[in-house]
Design a protein around this ligand. Structure first.
Ligand code: PEP
Ligand code: MN
Length: 340
């Protein structure tokens, strides 16, 4: 961190600044110029807050050099993290994971049937929401515990590890016991109390989706919340962000793949279904994501999309999911990867 002092800064405010920096365990390296005094701050600056420092009357400017996240930062952990999801490795040079399944679990029979199709198509994990974050309170809210138990039955029948979204801390034990990969949805990316509890009370890997309107650094800071509270097993998931464009449900930001890989050591998977909102676009953007170096895809798959209880317009039928995986395999090989 670099701090520039104001010309004629008053000593009492300079003293206050020194105290703040020392209390955070950092050291000051002063460079006294003809016009300005500049402080290079040495040590772990993650506990220093730029806005608080900027509020000091002696301070003209503050520039952070090292990002505030430490545990997620590639700088302090140069090798890729490989996250184990019920024996399936995600990240590094591991084969890409193809996760398929419905937006919502609609019944045990339905999810077991689609799970078999996902497996036949070449998918290696099953997704399915039992607690749904719906825009309307009148829309289907998910089957709750019965939906989680239906996912467990689908895993028993197919062997596919299961991914489901956790919306509130009171369900953590249910997820820790039953789910293989705990999804934190876009709308909860900055639910800091939930992130803290997930960090403290789960050991299962966490799939952290990017918020609808969040920057990459905000997203990584949310991963840091989970990691700093005790669970280092975080996989990032880009699912599109809100822009002025209306042709797609969201705008898929593919540039995050190389950016996230430079900034962090965490795996990143792409959700082309919520990104586009349109099944016809899912294959094209999926292949682009594989070419860009993602560690996997999470795709909504439904046997009868026109009857789906949520997100039917973006669901692929199992056959299309299979074709997509076959094409993705060819692209993956070009970029030196395989498909799990
Ligand atoms: C979902 O995966 O069904 C979902 C609601 O995703 P997101 O949080 O990305 O909107
Ligand atoms: Mn959905």
């Amino acid at each position: 961190m670099v701090i520039t002092l104001k010309q004629n800064a008053e000593q009492q405010y300079i003293n206050q600044l020194h105290k703040e920096i020392k209390d955070a365990g950092c050291r000051i390296h002063a460079c006294i110029g003809d016009l300005y005094t500049v402080y290079g701050i040495e040590g772990d600056t993650s506990k220093l807050d730029e806005k608080t420092i900027k509020a000091n009357k002696a301070v003209k400017d503050v520039v952070r050099i090292v990002a505030q996240y430490k545990l997620a930062n590639r700088l302090f952990h140069p090798e890729d993290s490989v996250i184990d999801v019920a024996g399936i490795k995600v990240g590094g040079k591991s084969p890409l994971v193809m996760i398929g399944g419905p937006c919502s679990v609609e019944s045990e029979e339905m999810v077991c049937s689609v799970a078999k199709k996902v497996k036949e198509a070449g998918g290696c994990m099953l997704r399915g929401g039992a607690y749904k974050p719906r825009t309307s309170p009148y829309a289907f809210q998910g089957m709750g515990t019965a939906g989680i138990m239906a996912m467990v039955e689908a895993r028993n029948q197919t062997g596919l590890p299961i991914v489901s979204e956790l919306m509130s801390a009171d369900k953590i034990e249910e997820f820790e016991e039953n789910v293989d990969l705990i999804q934190i949805g876009a709308r909860n990316m900055q639910n800091f109390e939930l992130l803290k509890e997930v960090g403290k009370r789960t050991t299962k890997p966490v799939l952290l989706k990017r918020g609808l309107c969040n920057t990459i650094d905000e997203w990584i800071m949310s991963a840091e919340y989970i990691m700093a509270n005790g669970n280092p097993h975080v996989i990032l998931c880009e699912r599109g962000i809100r822009t002025y464009e209306t042709a797609t449900r969201n705008t898929l930001d593919l540039s995050v793949i190389p950016i996230v890989k430079e900034k962090t050591h965490l795996p990143i998977i792409i959700d082309p279904s919520h990104a586009t909102g349109d099944w016809k676009l899912v294959e094209a953007v999926s292949l682009a994501a594989v070419a860009a170096g993602c560690d996997g895809l999470i795709i909504e798959v439904h046997e009868n999309p026109d009857q789906a209880w949520s997100d039917g317009a973006q669901c692929l039928k199992p056959k299309k999911f299979q074709t997509l995986i076959e094409k993705a395999r060819a692209i993956a090989q070009i970029v030196g990867r395989d498909i799990a």
